[in-house]
Design a protein around this ligand. Structure first.
Ligand SMILES: *Cc1c(COP(=O)(O)O)cnc(C)c1O
Length: 406
């Protein structure tokens, strides 16, 4: 088969704080320099001339469906392992329970490795490979490690994962199975981050830390593109997102902004709502105090490992996005989110990761505060499935019985 030709529309990497443009044709990572998150910029006039929503509608349902808005030179040659094109489910029974008439769930549990981290890894690893990277180090709260391990395996790239020792066992097993080198740390993701970046600097590995590496957000952006397309380019009113490092939230925001700039959106971009765990809620605390910077909580803890990010690197950008979109931030307690795993499973047949389930109790708070309307189109972004978190799920109440004699 001949290689389909494709030319990337990527023009530069733009600093989220200063707006300065940086070269996108060479490897960039914030850890190499002081600075803030770099976000890819595209030539949207050229994209508008090259492709229409109608063209996209006829393409296969995979990540490369939106290739003009991705940073890859050779997207059609990159392994996607089946990431993306996840279902958007109407939650009728849960909606009835809350008195919400238009409640939806984008189920990222359907991705390879069971979480939306696969989208970020598909694009992040592919772009790193294009730029010549063959050794990567990644600190993770868990799921980014297994997703990057899977894609690095598919590319033949060596991956070093540094993760908290209290990461669920299935995630550790995945990383090992995919051939990653795993180091466990007695601490949280920020402790893993310090170790990973020290080792990366010593050994010349690429440091793929959250929002310090510029391309994984582009993979997660495809969630926003898919949501917009699913609503026929008239985006929902509200998207709720379980916020750890905030990559998915930034991705959905960036998707909507680029679609608006392309002139493809019929309506206004959604209000974005960050949901965090009560004992690790730096964004919620900063939002409620009305300050532009978040602070690390004293004793961060939650059973939702993906939310155990004491201070997201992109905290200022996340807070700006909540303001810009007219969104807000909500904290929920661990017992509420664990209860919500059961509620979602029981009412809808969806067994969500604790991070995704956290969005359910947030609805109660948002309704009480008048932050969402009962007839608004509300999307819960369920970031993963619960099969790595079965330690949070009840076991059968009755003891097993012995088989009947043959
Ligand atoms: C990583 C993760 C999150 C948080 O994602 P960020 O992009 O870091 O905000 C939420 N849910 C799950 C299941 C995750 O793995």
């Amino acid at each position: 088969m001949s290689n389909p030709t494709f030319t990337s529309f990527l023009t530069a990497l733009r600093c989220a704080e200063t707006g300065a443009a940086h070269d996108s044709t060479v490897l960039q990572s914030v850890s190499h320099r002081a600075g803030a998150t770099l976000l890819p910029d595209y030539d949207l006039d050229a994209v508008r001339a090259a492709v229409t929503p109608e063209d996209i509608r006829r393409r296969p349902h995979d990540l490369w469906r939106f290739r003009e808005l991705l940073p890859l030179d050779n997207p059609l040659q990159a392994p996607d392992l089946g990431a993306g094109a996840t279902p958007l489910l109407r939650l009728r029974r849960l909606g009835e329970h809350f008195g919400l008439t238009n409640l939806w769930l984008k189920d990222e549990g359907a991705n390879p490795t069971g979480t939306f981290k696969a989208r970020g890894a598909a694009v992040g690893v592919a772009r790193a490979h294009e730029l010549g990277v063959r050794d990567i180090a990644i600190p993770t709260a868990g799921n980014a490690g297994s997703a990057w391990a899977a894609y690095c395996a598919a590319w033949g790239i060596t991956l070093r994962v540094v993760m908290p020792v209290n990461t669920p066992d299935p995630i550790k097993a995945e990383c090992v199975a995919y051939g990653a080198d795993v180091t466990e740390v007695r601490g949280v993701i920020s402790d893993a981050g310090r170790i990973a970046s020290e080792r990366a600097a010593e050994s010349g590995w690429f440091d793929a830390s959250t929002m310090k590496e510029p391309y994984r957000v582009e993979g997660k952006k495809t969630m926003g593109l898919e949501i917009a397309e699913a609503f026929d380019w008239d985006p929902p009113d509200v998207v709720l997102y379980p916020t750890g490092g905030g990559v998915g939230l930034i991705g959905v925001w960036k998707a909507m902004r680029e679609l608006a700039d392309l002139g493809w959106l019929k309506g206004t971009p959604p209000r974005l709502i960050a949901v965090q765990a009560a004992d690790c809620a730096p964004i919620v605390q900063a939002w409620e105090s009305g300050v532009p910077d978040a602070q690390r909580p004293d004793d961060p803890r939650t059973v939702a490992n993906g939310l155990l990010v004491p201070l997201p690197f992109a905290h200022r950008l996340i807070l700006r996005i909540l303001h810009e979109t007219g969104g807000t931030a909500v904290a929920v307690h661990d017992d509420q989110l664990v209860h919500a795993m059961r509620q979602l499973a029981d009412l809808e047949g969806v067994l969500a990761a604790p991070e995704g389930a956290a969005l359910v109790p947030a609805l109660t708070t948002l309704l009480q505060r008048g932050d969402i309307g009962r007839d608004e189109r509300i999307v819960l972004l369920n970031t993963g499935n619960a099969l790595k978190y079965t330690h949070l799920v009840d076991r059968p109440a009755r003891p097993p019985i012995d088989p009947l004699p043959a």
